[in-house]
Structures are given as structure tokens and as C-alpha cells.
Design a protein around this ligand. Structure first.
Ligand SMILES: [Zn+2]
Length: 267
């Protein structure tokens, strides 16, 4: 992307303060020429791509930033209610790349400062004896809707908001396939085993760089025994008697649950 585009009148600005995105009137990604009224709060900017031929830039805003009149900081989890899906995906990319750059200012191999490469996101080690390129890393996470006839397995972690239940999830370990991770996670967390895994879909989740891989699975064997280190409670819930509080509509956890409900004649 040419530098001249950076101040282009058509650019979109995905400006984050922590995990909150600055939106005009609480529902539009700011566009037009930078700086906006928030120019002095900018810590860094980073080109992240384009939407419909319009350049998109990630912006890191200083901690404690106050949105000026006419703007609002909106938490990432609420963005699916405010923005088009293409903009939500770009917001995820912007948030991930800002975090990646912030944590790769020095080479992980030799400790020398890195510099921003051209083109693809890459941080290049400035030490000519090393010269490593550091690219953004993605961490796969499996998230599974286990079904037992008209029931679905839902659980809650200690950090969930009160009363919320969700599909179980866990990181894919080094040297492990997604399918192996599903069997291991479910057994570790609940002592049940499953069969007939069906891939459902995926969703980037920028906290800080996960890719959620959604699956349906059928219950096979075992009684639920929760691992108290991992989860507070887990149970099979009938489609017509789900917990009152479920994950938000912009999450793959909710899409898995909604898909289960549709197939059971609900939702
Ligand atoms: Zn190095």
C-alpha cells in the first residue's frame, strides 16, 4: 500500500483503546482524513487491508483515552450488533495485528529491535547476523457442541458472567490435530467421550490471536465429572430448556447453539 493512501480521504480507521473500537455516533467506523479530533492520543498506526477498495488502518489509542463528542468506544463483543460482518472481521484483524506488533518490537531469537517490513505484516530483525522475520501467529481453539438426542452439552467457566453457559472449548496443543484436541479437551473437562465429529465453521477471535474451529459431535459414553480447575459446571440441556444466559449473537458458540436449536424445531 502506498504511503500516500495513509491520509486518503477514503480510508477507514479502526482505532482501538484496549479492546474497544472508536465509532462515530456509536455505529460507524470513522473514515476520511486522519487526524481526527483524537490525533494526539495515537500510539501507533498500521495498514491492515482494504474494504471495497478503501484502505483500512489499525490505530492504537493511548490507555485512558476519552472518546470526543460524536464518538463512542464500543467493546469488541458488541461490534456484531453495530457493524457489517466485513467490518467486524477487519476489526478483529486490526486488533490482532496491533497486539502482534506491540509484542514483537524485539526479536524473540536475539533480542534486537525489529522493524516493520513492507507488504505483508512482518517484523524484521535489525541484527544482520540474525535477520529473522516474525509473522503474526494464530492459535487454533476447538469449540464443540456435543449433542445427545434433543440435548446439548453446555458448561460454564469460573470467569463467565453469572448464569451464562456455553459450548466447551480449548486450545489445540502443539503436535495435535483439531480432532485429537476435541477428544482430549472433552475428556479432561467432563470425562465424557464423543463420536461423529462434524466441522461447522470458524471465527477469528482476537483475544489475543485465536481462530475458533467449531464442531458438532455426538455423545458416545461416560458420566459428566467436571474438572474443577477448568469448569464450574457442565450438563446436558434440552433444546426447550436452555439456560437463560447464552453467549452473544456475534459468537461462534451462539451459532453452534442456534444451529442445534433449528434442527430441533426451535429458533
Ligand atoms: Zn534477531
Amino acid at each position: 500500500m502506498a504511503d500516500s493512501d495513509i491520509t486518503g480521504e477514503q480510508a477507514y480507521w479502526f482505532a482501538f483503546c484496549g479492546h474497544a473500537l472508536l465509532l462515530r455516533d456509536g455505529r460507524e467506523v470513522p473514515d476520511g482524513r486522519w487526524p481526527h479530533p483524537v490525533g494526539e492520543a495515537v500510539v501507533r498506526t498500521l495498514p491492515v487491508g482494504e474494504i471495497g477498495g478503501r484502505a483500512c488502518h489499525a490505530v492504537e489509542l493511548a490507555a485512558g483515552f476519552d472518546a470526543p463528542a460524536g464518538f463512542e468506544l464500543v467493546g469488541y463483543r458488541a461490534l456484531s450488533q453495530r457493524l457489517a460482518p466485513t467490518q467486524v472481521r477487519m476489526a478483529a484483524r486490526a486488533l490482532e495485528l496491533l497486539e502482534w506488533e506491540r509484542s514483537h518490537l524485539f526479536c524473540g531469537a536475539c533480542g534486537s529491535p525489529t522493524t516493520r517490513g513492507m507488504g505483508n505484516p512482518v517484523r524484521r530483525c535489525s541484527n544482520s547476523g540474525c535477520g529473522r522475520d516474525h509473522y503474526p501467529k494464530i492459535s487454533p481453539v476447538v469449540i464443540i457442541a456435543v449433542e445427545r438426542g434433543p440435548e446439548i452439552l453446555l458448561g460454564r467457566s469460573h470467569h463467565f458472567v453469572q448464569g451464562m453457559y456455553s459450548t466447551l472449548a480449548g486450545f489445540v496443543d502443539a503436535g495435535e490435530s483439531a480432532e485429537e484436541a476435541i477428544h482430549r479437551e472433552l475428556f479432561e473437562e467432563t470425562r465424557i467421550s464423543v463420536a461423529n465429529l462434524r466441522y461447522f465453521g470458524s471465527q477469528p477471535w482476537p483475544f489475543p490471536h485465536s481462530l475458533m474451529l467449531g464442531y458438532h459431535a455426538d455423545y458416545a459414553d461416560g458420566e459428566i465429572v467436571c474438572d474443577p480447575e477448568e469448569i464450574e459446571d457442565a450438563a446436558f440441556f434440552r433444546a426447550d430448556k436452555l439456560p437463560d444466559t447464552l453467549p452473544g449473537p456475534g459468537t461462534i458458540a451462539r451459532w453452534l447453539i442456534n444451529d442445534f436449536l433449528r434442527r430441533n424445531g426451535l429458533g
